[in-house]
Design a protein around this ligand. Structure first.
Ligand code: DX5
Ligand code: ZN
Length: 208
């Protein structure tokens, strides 16, 4: 299981990013919110871009924004492996997926807990990653929604039936109690479970 660490709940981002850099975590998950697609707003890009000053890990960017086309070119300048935005946005989905690929960055589409996996079907051939939200997007520290397990299985069946190679990532409320519900996924995002502990590596290892 690959692990992507979210620092959304961090009280000291430089310090926690340096600590994560010393672990075997696979990616740093960058949650970016615009106050429109979700109520909360994270720091602006001019501050967020300094993430790469504190870690050499590759970034897994999660755009919770109404206008992904505004932010994709910005995050493409960082050490970014994946840029994921939401299938619920009103912008042209395909154009944004192609915009991400134009920077030779892998693209992902995220689905909120109430959005059907089948909404991804038109975009499957273009996807490198599916992000299944296991909490309502907008803040860290929420409880994992149990229905996610069935959704992961549904996504796996869909990828198999369309012969698509995308990976399945699960985001929200991940800890060692719920990780067994995610065994059909390829990657999980862990936020407060890791960041709020003083044993980053131990928590990361407990999810693998
Ligand atoms: C929620 C974010 C998640 C969150 C994960 O909107 O997309 O990435 O930070 O944090 P935990 O693991 O605390 O739910
Ligand atoms: Zn996220």
């Amino acid at each position: 299981m690959k692990i992507s660490a979210s620092f959304l709940s961090s009280q000291d981002i430089p310090k926690d990013l340096r600590k994560l850099d010393a672990t075997d975590v696979d990616y740093i998950h960058v949650d970016f919110m615009d106050g429109k697609f979700v109520l909360n707003k994270t720091m602006p890009y001019r501050e967020m871009k300094h993430v790469s000053d504190y870690t050499s890990k590759r970034l897994d960017v999660h755009l919770m924004v109404a206008e992904p086309s505004k932010y994709i070119p910005l995050f493409a300048e960082l050490n970014t492996e994946y840029i994921t935005f939401h299938v619920e946005v009103e912008e042209d989905i395909l154009a944004n997926l192609q915009l991400i690929h134009s920077y030779s960055i892998k693209c992902g589409l995220a689905v909120k807990p109430d959005t059907k996996i089948s909404s991804l079907v038109p975009y499957l051939p273009y996807l490198d990653l599916i992000l299944i939200m296991s909490v309502e997007p907008g803040r860290g520290g929420q409880e994992f929604i149990p229905d996610t397990e069935a959704k992961i299985k549904e996504a796996r069946a869909l990828l198999d039936s369309y012969h698509v190679n995308a990976i399945i990532n699960v985001d929200g409320g991940i800890n060692n109690q719920v990780i067994s519900s995610c065994r059909d996924a390829d990657m999980v995002v862990a936020g407060s479970y890791v960041i709020k502990s003083d044993q980053f590596q131990e928590k990361i290892s407990s999810l693998r």
